[in-house]
Ligand binder design. Structure first.
Ligand code: DOR
Ligand code: ZN
Length: 345
C-alpha cells in the first residue's frame, strides 16, 4: 500500500471554541497534530494572559488520555489592549501571538479593531517584545466586494504596517488570492502566511454552483480557480514563508444551514488527509512535510517535533456529522470519500 510518513505536523491556525463543542473537536486535532495555534475569538474574546491560561487548561482537559498535544495560545488584540499585557504575553511560555481582527470582518470579531492606525502604538510594542502578529487580512467596508476584501486590505493597510514595523513578525492568515501570495513572497522573512485545506482544494463554485452549499462558506470566502492554483503553487513550492493552518472553525450544523449561515469550514477531522489530497493533485506530496511540519515551527522559533505520522492511500467515507444530535457539526466533505487515511499506531 502507498504510504507517506512525515515528521509530526502542527496546525498554525485553529478554532476549537469552548464548552461542549471543544470536547467534540479536540480529539480530532490531537490525533493529527502535536501543537496548534489556538484562535482567541471566543465570546467574550480571550484578551488577557490570565484568560488564555484558563482557556489552555480547558483545552488540555478535552485532550483524550494518551495523546500528547500542546495548545499554543494567542490573545485577541483590541483598542484597549495595554502595553503591559503585551509585555506579560511576551514573557509567558504559553502565549505565542496576538491576533488582529478588523472589527466586523468575521465570526466574533465585534471586539476587533475599527481603526487600524489607532493601534500602531500596540504594534510598536509587539515589535519591541518580538511577539508575532497574526492578521485576518480583509477590509470590512460594506461597499467593497466580498471577493476583493483581501486584496484591498493588502493595499490599504498591510503595506503600511510592514513599512512602519519592519521587525514585527507577521502571519497573514488564511491567504486566498494571487495578490496575497505575491505580497508575502515579496516581503522580507518577517512575513509569512498560512493556507487552509479548503482554499487549496476548492474554488468559489463549491459554494454557489448547483445550489448554495453553506458548509463551504468561510471567510475569507473561496475565490476563483486562478487563485486556488496560485495557492497550491505557493504551498507546494518549498518556500518556508507558507505553512499549514487549517482555520478549522466548527459551527453547529443548523447555524450554518441557515438563512444567515455563519462562516467557517470544519476540517479538523481529516486535516492532513485533505492537505495530502491537494498536494498530490499538485504532484507535490514530497513537499508536504516542509509545509506541515517545519516551516511554521521555524517561523515561530519553536523546536520541530520529534516522531512521525503516516498517511496511507486508503479510501474512507467522512461521516455526515460529528457530535451529539443537538450539537451536530458537519465536516468538510461530509458523506464523501477521501483517498488518504491517517494511520493510527
Ligand atoms: O470562516 C471563518 N470562520 N473565518 C474566520 O476568520 C473565523 C472563523 C470562525 O471563527 O468561525
Ligand atoms: Zn480563523
Amino acid at each position: 500500500m502507498k504510504t507517506i510518513t512525515i515528521t509530526r505536523p502542527d496546525d498554525w491556525h485553529l478554532h476549537v471554541r469552548n464548552g461542549a463543542i471543544l470536547k467534540t473537536v479536540m480529539p480530532h486535532t490531537a490525533k493529527q497534530f502535536a501543537r496548534a495555534i489556538i484562535m482567541p475569538n471566543l465570546k467574550p474574546p480571550v484578551t488577557s494572559v490570565a484568560q488564555a491560561l484558563i482557556y489552555r487548561e480547558e483545552i488540555l482537559q478535552a485532550v483524550p488520555a494518551g495523546l500528547d498535544f500542546m495548545p499554543l495560545m494567542t490573545l485577541y488584540l483590541t483598542g484597549s489592549t495595554s502595553a503591559d499585557e503585551i509585555k506579560m504575553a511576551a514573557a509567558s511560555e504559553h502565549v505565542h501571538a496576538f491576533k488582529l481582527y478588523p472589527a466586523g470582518a468575521t465570526t466574533n470579531s465585534d471586539s476587533g479593531v475599527a481603526d487600524i492606525k489607532s493601534i500602531y502604538p500596540l504594534l510598536a510594542a509587539l515589535e519591541k517584545h518580538d511577539i508575532p502578529l497574526l492578521i485576518h487580512g480583509e477590509v470590512t467596508d460594506e461597499a467593497c466586494d466580498i471577493f476583493d476584501r483581501e486584496r484591498v486590505f493588502i493595499d490599504k493597510y498591510l503595506n503600511d504596517i510592514i513599512c512602519n514595523f519592519p521587525e514585527l513578525r507577521i502571519v497573514v492568515e488564511h491567504v486566498t488570492t494571487t495578490e496575497a501570495v505575491d505580497f508575502v513572497k515579496a516581503c522580507g522573512n518577517t512575513v509569512a502566511a498560512t493556507i487552509t485545506p479548503q482554499h487549496l482544494l476548492f474554488n468559489r463554485n463549491a459554494i454557489l454552483a448547483g445550489g448554495i452549499k453553506p458548509h463551504y462558506y468561510c471567510l475569507p470566502i473561496l475565490k476563483r480557480e486562478s487563485h486556488r492554483l496560485a495557492l497550491v503553487k505557493a504551498a507546494s513550492s518549498g518556500n518556508p514563508k507558507f505553512f499549514l493552518g487549517t482555520d478549522s472553525a466548527p459551527h453547529l450544523s443548523d447555524l450554518k444551514e441557515n438563512a444567515c449561515g455563519c462562516a467557517g469550514c470544519y476540517s479538523a477531522h481529516a486535516a492532513l488527509e485533505l492537505y495530502a489530497e491537494a498536494f498530490e493533485q499538485g504532484d507535490a506530496l514530497h513537499k508536504l512535510e516542509g509545509f506541515a511540519s517545519f516551516h511554521g515551527a521555524d517561523f515561530y522559533r519553536l523546536p520541530r517535533n520529534s516522531g512521525t505520522v503516516t498517511l496511507e492511500k486508503a479510501s474512507w467515507k467522512v461521516p455526515s456529522t460529528y457530535g451529539e444530535n443537538n450539537l451536530s457539526i458537519t465536516p468538510l466533505k461530509a458523506n464523501e470519500e477521501l483517498s488518504w487515511k491517517l494511520k493510527l499506531d
